[in-house]
Design a protein around this ligand. Sequence first.
Ligand SMILES: [Zn+2]
Length: 149
Amino acid sequence: MWKKAVRWALRASGLEEFVFHSVFIERDVIQAVIDFAKNAHPNEFSAYLQGKVSNKVLHVTGIVYEHYHANESQAVISADLPLLHEVVGTVHSHPSFNNLPSSVDKRGLFTMGLVNLIICRPYTFNRVAAYSTNGRPMDFTIVEKVKAK
Ligand SMILES: [Zn+2]
């Protein structure tokens, strides 16, 4: 249900048609991912990423982290969705030392959005990995906050 809603939102915003060659992620976003992952440990946490594509660069500027339910095997985002404006992807944690996407990831979270992040233990900046919707690793650059135009 939530998956369908995200797909719909992405289609409605035209994001699926956006072309980008670089991914910039604000430092605050990575820091929030680290904090949430640590707090959720030994469970997973998952959330949506907010951002936009401009000048062929995908900027990730925030996290939509609401109400969620998690257990040790899988994190599930509640159907009680926040506003889906500017959702560009997903992020979740692995309470292991492996930040590669699982087969469940490839069938589930990764089927939406433009970029999907996975963080694993010990939950530091260099344990964050980014993947495209087909599970291929993507390069990204951590940037300081982008000023609104
Ligand atoms: Zn996963």
